[in-house]
Write a protein that binds this ligand. Structure first.
Ligand code: SF4
Ligand code: SF4
Ligand code: FES
Length: 324
């Protein structure tokens, strides 16, 4: 089949900021003919090479494996060298906004200060904690079966792309972030590890795994396909299984979800909010009232119920790990 290269006009709004000179960031506008062969990094290169040599960004491998080029396009985290311009235009239309992963950490245009990534990463004991025999008679081998439990979390290259793609990190300076959690999981899953504090460190409210909002941005941007949100879910499960998950909005949300499915086979959203929030639900009353008047919240007796409840209850019983 003949391969045809097409072109289209695209308008770009590009974030600019130089921490040494500018008080506030601003945006530069460009309009370019973009070909179907180009990726977002080609556009960054063209801005620098053809329009403004001072435009700054990071890139290294150009093959989607180092994470250096991660930026945001129309608010979506992406690896610039991997993301096709065609796909971006299909998704967002012909007006694109190019910004760094974290605007508040911008140092120079797309380049951000990544120092807090290392602080968070170091804080979760990213190493095997164990008593080491200084003169072992043989190697301490990990079987292939035990190594599988790491679920490839050990392949993380600590590029930080997921950390700065994370909206929870952006609004909460205490949140450990997806890369630190993936590292915490990697060592929690290691059969040699004996840390007694790591799992409890990631269990804390404000900085721990319960403050993840499950947006999947970290999974989207990771060049090594580590799937940090998958590792966060495994840490949730481990905390439930070991009886260490404390009652909070996030854990009650998980348990309330199961209660709803076990009771009706469908999700009772109003009941779930009530179960998760407890007395704090009063803060949602104005919104709930508006939703009720628009017919968005059914009354309890209007909720549907699945026919095959025995099967659903058996499934819930066999699969659930949630307990306090
Ligand atoms: S899924 Fe959780 S950890 Fe990952 S980016 Fe979203 S909030 Fe952050
Ligand atoms: S999990 Fe992926 S995106 Fe995050 S630091 Fe590791 S390699 Fe980079
Ligand atoms: S330059 Fe390495 S992932 Fe894009």
């Amino acid at each position: 089949m003949e391969h045809t290269i097409t072109t289209q006009k695209v308008k770009f709004k590009v974030f600019r900021f130089n921490a040494e000179e500018d008080y506030l960031p601003y945006y530069d506008d460009y309009e370019m003919e973009v070909t179907s062969e180009e990726v977002v990094l080609d556009i960054l290169n063209r801005i620098k090479w053809d329009h403004d040599g001072s435009f700054s960004y990071r890139r290294s491998c150009r093959h989607g494996i180092c994470g250096a080029c991660a930026i945001k396009v129309n608010g979506r985290s992406t690896l610039a060298c991997k993301e096709s311009m065609n796909d971006m235009v299909d998704l967002f239309g012909s007006e694109l906004v190019i910004e760094p992963l974290s605007k508040k950490r911008a140092v120079k245009d797309m380049i951000i200060d990544k120092s807090d990534f290392w602080e968070k990463h170091a804080a979760i004991q990213p190493y095997v904690v164990t008593d080491v025999d200084e003169a072992p008679e043989m190697e301490n081998l990990v079987s292939p079966h035990d190594a599988e439990a790491l679920d490839e979390a050990d392949l993380c290259i600590q590029c930080g792309a997921c950390h700065y793609a994370c909206p929870a990190v952006e609004v909460n300076d205490d949140f450990f972030g997806p890369a630190a959690f993936a590292a915490a999981y990697r060592f929690e899953a290691d059969v040699r590890d004996e840390s007694e504090t790591r799992l409890m460190d990631v269990n804390q409210m404000g900085q721990g795994v319960w403050d993840c909002v499950k947006c999947f941005e970290c999974r989207e941007v990771c060049p090594k396909e580590i799937d940090p949100i998958g590792k966060i879910t495994k840490l949730h499960q481990k905390l439930f299984q070991e009886g260490k998950a404390e009652s909070n909005v996030a854990t009650r949300h998980a348990v309330g979800f199961i209660h709803s499915i076990a009771k009706r086979g469908v999700l009772d959203e109003g009941g779930l909010v009530l179960y998760s929030e407890g007395p704090a639900i009063v803060k949602h009353l104005p919104v709930a009232f508006k939703m009720f008047t628009k017919g968005k919240i059914p009354m309890p007796w209007q909720l549907p119920k699945s026919d095959n409840m025995d099967e659903i209850k058996a499934l819930v019983k066999s699969s659930t790990t949630a307990k306090f």
